[in-house]
Each structure stands twice: as C-alpha cells, then as structure tokens.
Design a protein around this ligand. Structure first.
Ligand code: ZN
Length: 285
C-alpha cells in the first residue's frame, strides 16, 4: 500500500511538472495564460482544467495500482496543486525577456514580479478571449480565484478516484475492455437485443444478439440507441456488461436511466469480442 502511495505521488509530481512546463511555455510564447481563461467572469474553467491535468498522473497511477482513495490523499493533492500553480508563474518569471533583451529575473524579485504582473493582468472574456481589459487591484482577487479553480481541478481527481468502479468481490478497480453504441431503427429491434441475457452467455443465440445494433447512426431514422460498455476485473476476471439506452425524440437523444442494466459475466467467459473495435477507443484499458 505504502509503495503504491509513493508511486501515485511520483505520478502526480510528474504530471504537475509536465503541465507547469507546458502552460508556462505556452504563456511565454503566446502571451496567453491558459489557466487565466474564465467563463462569465467568475468561473475559472482554465484553472480547473489545468489543476485536473496537473494531478492526472496521481489518478492514473492510483487506478493502475488499485490504490483506494483516502483522506491522506488530500495532503499530497493540495501540495501538488499549490506547487503546480506557483511554478507556472515562477517559470514564466524565469523565462520573461524584456524589450531591451534583459531578463526580468535579473532585475526584480519573484515577489515584486508577481505583484506587478497580477495587478496589471488582463481579464479574458468569452471564447477566443479577444476582449481584454486591465484589472488593477482586482487582478489579485482573480489570481486567488484561479488558485481556488486549480485546487478544484485537483479535488476533481480525488472525486474521480472515489467514484471509479471497483469489483465487488476483490475490490480492484475495473478497467474498460471496450464500448460500442448500437443504433436501432425502432423499439422492437432494440427489444430483440435487450433479451440478450435470456440466453446463456456461451450460446449461439447470445452471440447473435450481442452483435445486434448498427455501430454507426445510419441516415434512416434511428429511434433507439443502446451504449454497451464492458468493464473487466484484473483480479477475478469477472466482466461487467453495462447497457445504457437512449431514445431519439426527433431532435435530441434522451437517456433512459430506468432501463440501464449491469450484468456480471462469469469469469469463465470472455465476451470482449462483442464490444471491441466498434465504439470509442478503450483508453482506460
Ligand atoms: Zn474481481
């Protein structure tokens, strides 16, 4: 457990460093700080996204090593978010070259740089951020808001780990083995597929029904869509078959959560061939 916790922290450190470098380099070259992007003045979406990206390494390693979320994680996640946030400003300070070719870092302290930079920063509004105006004193408040956004992004990583599906039998995180959408012309066709688990998973009829449903939405009117996702436990090799139906009302797809189903496939059978290669890439696999 301790060993996995250490690896998770190293993963978090690696992604924090990588994101800091990328955001600071992008800011230095383009003059646009990605994490200063906000919506409706107060929603720091850029900061939230950067915070989540910075701590994504922590999530990936924890998920890989089946590290369960615990309160102890708050400390390293907070520390990485803080370090990531400050190091973006620090890297930009180190890389800032003035018009006369001199380096800002040779002329002013980091503290003074932050003071000047934050009170003269511009607020970017809307998509593309064309309209900008100087904020003055409010820049410090905005920086505080961005820091909170960065922390929210880090907190989201913790939440994602808490809500990651784990095997009921051996408590290991489940991995996605594949997913595919199934489009049906009408409810009758969808119903035919829905009877899938009336048959033994090793039977020919199961194989036939498991292949039903066009993976692409055809030009003809499609009424029903069922998204199949297959999760797999590394420990006991049980698979979890998840179906989430949606119905098309002529304008948009509406989910039917009351018809969602989850079926545990016995460990002796591998049904991955029925969901692979048709849908989204299995990026968690
Ligand atoms: Zn298991």
């Amino acid at each position: 457990m301790e060993k996995h916790a250490l690896w998770a922290c190293l993963g978090g450190l690696a992604s924090t460093v990588a994101v800091s470098l990328v955001v600071a380099a992008f800011g230095t070259w383009t003059g646009f700080n990605l994490f200063s992007f906000s919506l409706w003045f107060v929603l720091p979406v850029g900061a939230i996204a950067c915070g989540a990206a910075a701590l994504s390494g922590f999530y990936l390693v924890s998920h890989r090593t089946h590290l369960k979320p615990g309160w102890w994680m708050i400390a390293p996640l907070t520390a990485f978010a803080a370090v990531g946030y400050v190091s973006i400003y620090y890297l930009e300070y180190q890389w800032l070259t003035l018009d006369d070719g001199s380096h800002a870092a040779d002329l002013v302290s980091f503290g003074r740089y932050l003071d000047v930079m934050l009170s003269s920063q511009e607020m970017r509004v809307g998509r593309g951020g064309q309209a900008g105006f100087a904020l003055g004193e409010a820049g410090r408040w905005l920086a505080g808001l961005q820091f909170v956004g960065f922390m929210i992004g880090g907190g989201w990583i913790y939440w994602a780990l808490r809500s990651a599906r784990a095997c009921l039998a051996c408590e290991q995180y489940l991995r996605e083995r594949g997913s595919r959408p199934r489009f049906f012309r009408n409810a009758d066709q969808a119903n035919d597929y829905y009877g899938l688990f009336d048959h033994d998973v090793d039977s020919d009829e199961f194989a036939r029904k498991a292949s039903l449903g066009d993976p692409k939405q055809g030009k003809s009117l499609t009424e029903m869509m069922i998204r199949t996702q297959l999760l797999d436990c590394d420990g006991c090799h049980r698979q979890l078959w998840i179906d989430r139906p949606s119905v098309f009302n002529g304008k948009e797809w509406r989910e039917l959560p009351e018809l969602n189903r989850e079926v545990i496939i016995p460990p002796t059978t591998n049904v991955a061939r029925f969901v692979r290669g048709n849908g989204l890439p299995s990026w968690l696999g």
